[in-house]
Design a protein around this ligand. Structure first.
Ligand code: URA
Length: 276
């Protein structure tokens, strides 16, 4: 019997590799089905053949994929557009006008940012959910309300001290995990977003955001609570704190304790930087 953790690790590896859709109940070995379509030289077409031997593959260490091959030009277009923006207003206009990301076609709204542009803290979440899609603002649903209460616990608010965005500007249908291609396109804009907003610190909410922004395969369980440096293309560096996503905290309230430590670490860092 395969251990539950091994299955979870395999599933995580699939998602990290960009396989985030199930298209059938039973796995299909495409290599085997391709050979079965070709007749062996000594066999007439359609004759019964022995079942192919299962293919043994060596264990694979997950690595972050380079820019997905199906859309390198769109990613490059996004990068050039983002680089040409000299202000947050220009960036917002560029994102709203960008037609390269297929998610835009199914989304109701482009979700750019909320809170105070230029605030000392910039939160980067994952992607808009249904509420955010409807209202056109990030983190306005239940997880956003929890996030607001968390900041209030250290005397901060989105009206005064926090600027909020996501790595994606459009809601993925059914809230599925964004593909690497979708992430790469939006990431070009999000990185420029941080350069232009110039926060004192960045908070990465959740594993998808942390992995994408820090370009790592490391999971949030390892990353959370550890300060790291976000290196941007204009040469600037921003102290960055990965933390649990509030949606995860709603499902796993026991983890709020660790998030409380993260909030205290954030408060301490802001004081050290003279931002409070
Ligand atoms: N989750 C996110 O990551 N971002 C939002 O804006 C809402 C929910």
């Amino acid at each position: 019997m395969i251990a539950r953790e091994d299955l979870a690790a395999l599933l995580k590896w699939y998602v990290d590799s960009g396989l985030d859709e199930t298209i059938g109940d039973v796995p299909v070995d495409r290599f085997a089905s391709r050979t079965s379509m070709v007749s062996a030289p000594d066999q007439p077409a359609g004759a019964e053949r022995a079942a192919p031997r299962p293919i043994e593959r060596p264990p694979v260490t997950p690595v972050r994929a380079p820019v997905p091959i199906e859309s390198p030009q769109l990613v490059e277009d996004a990068r050039q557009l983002a680089r040409a923006c000299a202000s947050l207003a220009e960036l917002e206009t560029a994102i709203r006008g960008f037609e390269g990301c297929a998610l835009k076609r199914t989304a109701k709204n482009t979700v750019f940012a909320d809170g105070v542009a230029g605030a000392p803290v910039m939160v980067v979440g994952e992607a808009p959910g249904a509420d955010e899609d409807r209202m056109g603002k990030p983190f306005v649903g239940v997880s956003g309300q929890l996030m607001d209460r968390m900041f209030e616990a250290i005397g901060m608010s989105r009206e005064r001290d926090v600027y909020i965005t996501n790595i994606l500007f459009w809601r993925p249908p059914g809230n599925r995990t964004p593909t690497l291609a979708e992430q790469a396109m939006c990431l070009a804009f999000t990185r420029r977003h941080v350069e232009l907003a110039k926060p004192k610190v960045v908070v990465l909410a959740g594993g998808t955001s942390a992995k994408a922004m820090l370009d790592t395969t490391e999971g949030i369980m390892r990353l959370r609570g550890k300060w790291t440096t976000l290196r941007l293309d204009d040469g600037s560096e921003v102290p960055t704190l990965p933390t649990f996503h509030p949606a995860y905290l709603l499902r796993t309230p026991a983890s709020k304790r660790q998030s409380w430590y993260d909030l205290l670490a954030l408060d301490k860092k802001l004081r050290e930087l003279g931002a409070r």
